[in-house]
Ligand binder design. Structure first.
Ligand code: ADP
Length: 663
């Protein structure tokens, strides 16, 4: 698969991935928001309901607690006959008894203090008569509960005790003389008794007055703080009433974040310098008391739950997204793999068809060139055959032309012995008739010689004229030599000619025609014998060797004085002879036979066996070069024989040729 294809198939996936991720992240964010929102709403609603219930519970408890004491003051004013005491206040004994009774009532009712004031606000009797900081003798005319009671109504008041500084709630009721209030009975309860059961680790409870001053709180440090900053006028009023014993009323470190409904809102409170927390704040108004009860609930657990659910949802979404991505990735990987495989398969198929096409073309080329080669070979063979036949025809034509030319000399050569034969025959007849048998015998011998001479001429001409068909085969040079020498055994012996043979022991094989080789050899030996006939120590030598891997060489040496260098080129010309009785055809025919065998016949002089030298040569050397048969003689074909077999002539085994020479 090439790079570009791979990239083109993988790029859309790579480009799509971040887009997909972005989309999924957006989806995640979009889906997380409503989910966390709904969790928040649900949790908040639950918390609101629960807090509201708690608030109601506390309010009910508070109301119940206050209701316990609400009518106690009235009850005591009506039960105790306080009017005479107030009208005649000087009876000290009576006062002491009242003090003790009030103390007893206080103990029974679990109130903080019960005391009686006259119309000017002076405390005449008190349950805490025995304490050093007893109210007796103190004036509380400035207290609103006194003023309310002096107006003939039940009084209620919250404030800090001027003596004790403790937070207290005061119920007051007037003591009437007829319809005129002449004194006030007060029941004071301490606030911490109300706060006690409000301990809640997850929330705080506050009660504020109409000015927003926190006077009851489960957190002591928030007491006497305000929910909002007070106006100057209200502050002065509170200061003046000594309601909070002249305390500085600082605002609570509260921040109002959101209002859920009329009763509830979300606030942030600074618990310390470092710690801030969000709370749900719910309020419940108690109009009869001008109080508002607040409950605040820590939102941290709710935040945690919402965060946790958001995280969980996010994780689930993330897991789903990752799963989706993984599946998508896998699908894409498989798709890409499939694509890759398809592409590879296509390319393989393409390569295969290209290869097939190439093989097809190459095969076509090969068969075409084979065809051309065959045609070329055929044409070559044809040309070769034509050439051979033309050469043969040419030789034949030359021979015939020469024969024509030779006609006169042949005529002379034949006619002379013929007329000599005639006269010798007549003489012989005459001599026999005369009885001169010896002389007749001599004549007959001459006749015999003459017929031999004529036979030789005839034989030579026959060879010359014959259009021999050369049959190529594997020819042993040693065998050819043996055959030729056997023919000359007698002349060699008679002439006492020393024959030297330098032939290798192993058969030396030529690819030639046995008859032609023998003809050439016979001619050469004949000429050599002729050349040495007058030598005092006649010597001839026949040698054979391999010239190289392709050629073999056969040489006939003699010691007949050599050839005149001026005539070396003429030797192979037909009818060139320097012999008296020579025809001058032997070498020219031999040369042509050698050429027809793809060989060559050459002549040279030698100086005692050396081809180059100075002075008078010692003799001539004729060299016949022939193609070498380099195969095993037992093997029918060798590379060279195969080539030759292609020419149509089957190779033959080397043989000892024993047939009659044609010459
Ligand atoms: P011919 O033997 O009939 O003369 P050849 O063609 O065989 O015809 O020889 C041509 C001539 O070449 C011979 O006449 C001779 O003069 C010369 N010749 C051939 N062989 C030898 C040789 N071995 N030594 C010297 N001369 C030779």
């Amino acid at each position: 698969m090439n790079q570009s294809t791979h990239l083109s198939s993988s790029l859309p996936t790579a480009r799509r991935q971040p887009l997909l991720l972005l989309l999924l992240a957006l989806l995640l964010a979009l889906s997380l928001w409503p989910i966390t929102q709904s969790v928040w709403n649900k949790e908040l609603q639950q918390l609101q309901e629960q807090t509201h219930n708690e608030l109601l519970l506390h309010v009910t408890g508070l109301r119940g607690k206050l209701a316990q004491y609400e009518y106690l003051a009235q009850l005591l004013t009506e039960k105790e006959d306080l009017r005479p005491l107030l009208l005649a206040p000087n009876a000290a004994e009576n006062w002491q008894q009242l003090n003790q009774r009030l103390d007893r009532f206080r103990a029974i009712s679990e109130a903080s203090d019960i005391y009686l004031m006259d119309a000017q606000g002076w405390t005449l009797a008190a349950s805490n008569w025995w304490r050093p900081d007893s109210f007796i003798g103190q004036n509380f005319a400035f207290r609103p509960y006194f003023q309310q009671a002096m107006q003939g109504q039940q009084g209620r008041f919250f404030g800090l005790g001027t003596t004790s500084g403790a937070r207290g709630y005061y119920f007051s009721y007037p003591v009437f003389d007829a319809d005129t209030p002449i004194g006030v009975l007060v029941v004071k309860i301490e606030i911490h008794a109300i706060e006690e059961p409000w301990r809640d680790p997850l929330g705080e409870l506050l009660v504020t007055d109409e000015d927003g001053v926190i006077f009851i709180s489960s957190r002591p440090e928030w007491r006497l703080l305000t929910l909002q900053p007070l106006e100057q006028q209200r502050r002065q009023h509170i200061q003046h009433s000594l309601q909070y014993a002249g305390r500085q009323l600082r605002p609570l470190a509260i921040e109002y974040l959101a209002e859920f409904d009329e009763q509830s809102r979300r606030v942030r409170l600074s618990l310390s310098r470092e710690e801030e927390r969000d709370y749900l704040m719910m309020r419940y108004a108690l109009p009869e008391l001008d109080w508002t009860v607040h409950i605040i609930k820590d939102l941290t657990p709710l935040y945690r739950r919402v965060l946790l659910s958001g995280l969980l949802t996010g994780l689930i979404f993330l897991a789903l997204i990752l799963l989706a991505l993984f599946i998508d990735q896998r699908r894409h990987a498989q798709q890409e793999k499939r694509l890759w495989q398809q592409q590879a398969h296509r390319q393989l198929q393409k390569a295969h068809s290209q290869l097939e096409q190439r093989v097809h073309e190459r095969t076509a080329d090969l068969s075409a060139s084979n065809q051309r080669l065959l045609q070329e070979i055929q044409r070559h063979q044809k040309t070769e055959a034509q050439l051979r036949s033309a050469q043969k025809e040419l030789i034949q034509a030359a021979k015939l032309a020469l024969l024509g030319e030779m006609a006169a000399s042949i005529n002379h050569e034949i006619n002379q012995p013929l007329s000599a034969l005639r006269s010798y025959s007549q003489n012989a007849v005459t001599l026999i008739e005369r009885g001169q048998l010896e002389t007749a015998q001599d004549n007959l011998a001459i006749i015999l010689e003459l017929t031999d001479r004529m036979a030789e001429i005839s034989a030579q001409l026959r060879v010359f004229s014959r259009q021999s068909e050369q049959k190529l085969s594997c020819v042993s040079l040693q065998a050819a030599c043996r055959y030729a020498l056997r023919l000359y055994a007698t002349p060699l012996a008679q002439g006492k000619i020393h024959l030297e043979q330098d032939l290798p022991e192993a058969e030396l094989l030529a690819w030639a025609d046995m008859v032609s080789v023998e003809q050439i050899l016979v001619n050469l030996i004949s000429n050599a014998l002729h050349a040495v006939q007058d030598q005092p120590q006649p010597w001839i030598k026949i040698s054979a060797r391999a010239a190289n891997r392709q050629q073999v060489v056969l040489q006939v040496w003699d010691q007949g004085g050599g050839i005149d260098p001026a005539h070396l080129d003429d030797l192979f010309t037909p009818f060139y002879t320097r012999k008296e009785s020579g025809l001058g055809l032997g070498l020219s025919i031999s040369s042509r036979l050698a050429q027809a065998l793809q060989g060559q016949l050459s002549a040279a002089n030698h100086w005692h066996g050396q081809l180059s030298g100075q002075g008078q040569p010692s003799g001539a050397v004729f060299t016949l070069t022939l193609p070498r048969f380099d195969g095993d003689p037992d093997t029918p074909l060798s590379p060279s024989t195969r080539n030759r077999s292609a020419s149509g002539t089957p190779p033959q085994q080397a043989r000892s040729h024993s047939s009659e020479p044609s010459v």
